[in-house]
Each structure stands twice: as structure tokens, then as C-alpha cells.
Write a protein that binds this ligand. Structure first.
Ligand code: NIG
Ligand code: FE
Length: 398
């Protein structure tokens, strides 16, 4: 079934061959969607016919957000930890243990319900692709079931057994690394596309460079591609390792050396910035300008998780990146769409051009600038189209 989307006041294609500038902007545009795929993009006056028509009434349309970093399979609540931080406590990843305990004792149905509610919350705010990590099970059985549940809602599933060392291995962290790289990886790899590790020698709970290397190399040998929680709390070895091993993305990049920036600029690893984390942990923001000016590919993601940043809102992250990190509105929108796609090595999302998935997000506003210009206002949602099923609730029940 084909659908003509018309009345698009401003269209962001992210394809410079289709429109102006790096965002490939078109005014007075239309899009034809055929069986869930973009079939035609151009001026409304030249649009071909279709089986159905949807008029968006002069609104702006952008590619659905690609949230390439999220931790959505968990139970429990850490609002009190947030409250303590706002009174001066520091974030060091220690609170992850609280979520692990709650997640282990939750049923599959509870975890599934919470996960689906968060994915629906994202879609209602314009996110159409999301990566989901494990990392709150930290036993073979619990990591396996968290990934099995994640795979019900997205193909972008990430094994994060090396999130922190769980309490039962506190005295023997290397034994835990052996569990992660052995039986846990074997149980989880069938449900995962990616492997990730919290590489952070500055945290007593996370993993140093050698442990992180062992995790990533084992994951690669099991057929998984690599991403890294890197340089969140200190200028540690995470970014260097991510670039050396050809990881798709180094995430956080809050503390970078000049050598780190050069390495990212010379490699293929995307720097995924997570400004909601600095906001919610009251930390200094990463130096996005330095990365962009050096030619590094930058993505923006929420890092939605119950500890360091509990937001599902990509438009919030865009607004913070523009206001606090001196990204231009165009750079921030590109990073939240096309940048996320590069970070997930996807070419079918993050752009609206023939052949891409028909993941359209519509703004109750005339231009994409309003994403940052009107912070905190719920302007953007994924556009439901006739004949295009919602990937999480194909019957349309979210
Ligand atoms: O990306 N730093 C490691 N992991 C998450 C936080 C997880 C948590 O605190 O529950 C992050 O910030
Ligand atoms: Fe994270």
C-alpha cells in the first residue's frame, strides 16, 4: 500500500542531494511511502499519486530519532539517588547494584511491561529506532532473559554483562570477567548484535582497560560488533581502546585528551554524546565543538537508564546540546538522527530518501529549529501511517 504524505512545511531529509545544506532541507514538500519504505521525495506540486493521502497541515517533518544508547530493561527506582546527587553526592556507578537487585527479582512480564512502556514513550516523542542494552542482570540467566526481552522490541540489542562487577564477585573481579567472556557471552550472543563494556578505571565498580579489552575481543570472536562506555568519569583508556578495536561508537566522551580527539578524527568510531547524563549528574558537558571542529562524527542519544539519566526525550538532548554544548540546531538534529544511524551502522534509518525506512517524525511547529527553540515542549511524535505497523505493537495498541 502506498501513502502520499503532503502539506509538509519543511522537510529534513539528511540527504544533501535532495535539498539545502547538510540537512537536505526542502520547503513545501511531499513524501511517498510504499510498504513502509520511502519511495519518492520532492516538491508537493510534483508528487505522484498514491493509494492513500495524509496531510500534515504545514508542519515540519524530520527523520525519526535514532536513539543509539539506552538501558531499558530494568525494575526498581533510584529517584532518591538523584535527590542525593542534587544535594552534592557524586555519580560513580555504584547505584547500578540497586537496579540489579530489583531486576533480578522482577518477573519477565514486569520487565516486558516496563520495557514496552518506555519504548512507547520514546515513539510518542519521535524516536523510531532504539538500541537496548542488558546490564542489570549480571548473571547468566538474568542477562540472557534481559536480552531475550530486548530482542522483542528492537534488532539493536547490546550485551552489557560487563556493566559493573556484581556484589557476589566483588572480591574476585577477574573471575567475573571470565564468566562474562565465557558462559554468559555464550548464552547472550544469540540474542545480541552488539557487545559493550563500562570501561572506567576511575569507578570502583567498572572495568579497567585490560578487562575491557578481554570483554570486547571475546565478543568480537562470538560474532558481535563493538561499542564502549568510554571516558565518562575520567580520561581513561576507553576511547583509545574503542578506536583501536574499530568499535562502532565510543559513548559518553565526557573527558577527552587531545590524543583521544585525534584518534577519533582519524578512525571510524563515532563519538556518541549523552548530554542528559551530564545534566542529571551535574557534571561538565563533553566538548562537542572540539570534536566537530576536528571532523569527528558525533551522535546524540539519551542513555535512558534509572541512574545517570532517566529521560526518553531526544528533543531534550538536542536542546541541551545546543544550549550547553554549542552545537548548532542543525548539527544537533543531524547527530540525533543520521549520527545515531552511523553509530549503529545503519543506512536505512536517520534519513528520508528513497530506499530508507518510512520513519517520519512530525513537529507541531513550522521548522526543526523549534526542537531547541522551545525546550521541554512536547512538539514531536512519530507519524503513524496507514499500512505501516508500529514495530513494538504491530496491532497498534501502544
Ligand atoms: O551509561 N555508566 C554506566 N552505565 C550507565 C548508567 C547506569 C546506571 O547508573 O544505572 C550510563 O551512564
Ligand atoms: Fe549507558
Amino acid at each position: 500500500m502506498s501513502v502520499l504524505v503532503t502539506g509538509i512545511g519543511e522537510l529534513v531529509t539528511n540527504d544533501p542531494t535532495l535539498g539545502d545544506g547538510p540537512l537536505g532541507l526542502l520547503r513545501g514538500a511531499a513524501v511517498v511511502v510504499d510498504n513502509g519504505v520511502v519511495a519518492w521525495v520532492g516538491p508537493a506540486g510534483r508528487a505522484p499519486d498514491a493509494d492513500a493521502r495524509v496531510d500534515v497541515g504545514g508542519r515540519a517533518v524530520v527523520p525519526g530519532f535514532v536513539d543509539s544508547h539506552a538501558h531499558l530493561v530494568f525494575a526498581g527506582d533510584r529517584a532518591a539517588e538523584f535527590e542525593a546527587r542534587m544535594s552534592g553526592a557524586r555519580y560513580d556507578g555504584g547505584g547500578i547494584g540497586t537496579t540489579v537487585a530489583a531486576t533480578r527479582s522482577a518477573s519477565d512480564d514486569e520487565l516486558r511491561g516496563r520495557l514496552r512502556a518506555l519504548v512507547a514513550e520514546m515513539r510518542a516523542q519521535g524516536t523510531t529506532t532504539v538500541e537496548v542494552k542488558s546490564g542489570y542482570g549480571l548473571s547468566v540467566e538474568d542477562e540472557e532473559r534481559c536480552l531475550r526481552l530486548a530482542a522483542e522490541v528492537t534488532p539493536e540489542t547490546t550485551f552489557l554483562g560487563a556493566h559493573v562487577v556484581p556484589p557476589e564477585y566483588a572480591a574476585t573481579p577477574d573471575e567475573y570477567v571470565s564468566l562474562v567472556t565465557g558462559p554468559m557471552l555464550a548464552a547472550c550472543a544469540p540474542h545480541a548484535r552488539w557487545i559493550d563494556v563500562f570501561c572506567e578505571p576511575a569507578s570502583a565498580h567498572a572495568f579497567d582497560g585490560e578487562q575491557a579489552r578481554a570483554v570486547l575481543e571475546a565478543g568480537r570472536a562470538a560474532g558481535l560488533d563493538l561499542r564502549v562506555h568510554a571516558n565518562q568519569l575520567s580520561a581513561g583508556p576507553g576511547v583509545r581502546l574503542a578506536v583501536e578495536l574499530g568499535a562502532a561508537s565510543a559513548d559518553h566522551c565526557t573527558h577527552l585528551t587531545a590524543e583521544n580527539v585525534d584518534a577519533l578524527a582519524g578512525g571510524t568510531t563515532v563519538a556518541t554524546l549523552l548530554p542528559g547524563v551530564e545534566f542529571s549528574t551535574r557534571s561538565p558537558y563533553p566538548d562537542a565543538r572540539r570534536l566537530l571542529d576536528a571532523g569527528v562524527t558525533v551522535a546524540l542519544a539519551t542513555d535512558c537508564n534509572p541512574g545517570s539519566c532517566f529521560t526518553t526525550s531526544m528533543s531534550f538532548c538536542i536542546a541541551v546540546a545546543v544550549r550547553e554544548m554549542r552545537m548548532t540546531p542543525a548539527e544537533a538534529l543531524w547527530a540525533a538522527t543520521a549520527g545515531g544511524a552511523v553509530a549503529l551502522r545503519r543506512t536505512d534509518v536517520g534519513r528520508l530518501a528513497p530506499g530508507a525506512r518510512a520513519d517520519l517524525a512530525v513537529l507541531d511547529a513550522p521548522s526543526h529549529l523549534h526542537l531547541a527553540y522551545r525546550p521541554g515542549v512536547p512538539l514531536v511524535r512519530a507519524l503513524d501511517l496507514p499500512g505501516v505497523p508500529d514495530p513494538v505493537s504491530p496491532s497498534g495498541g501502544t
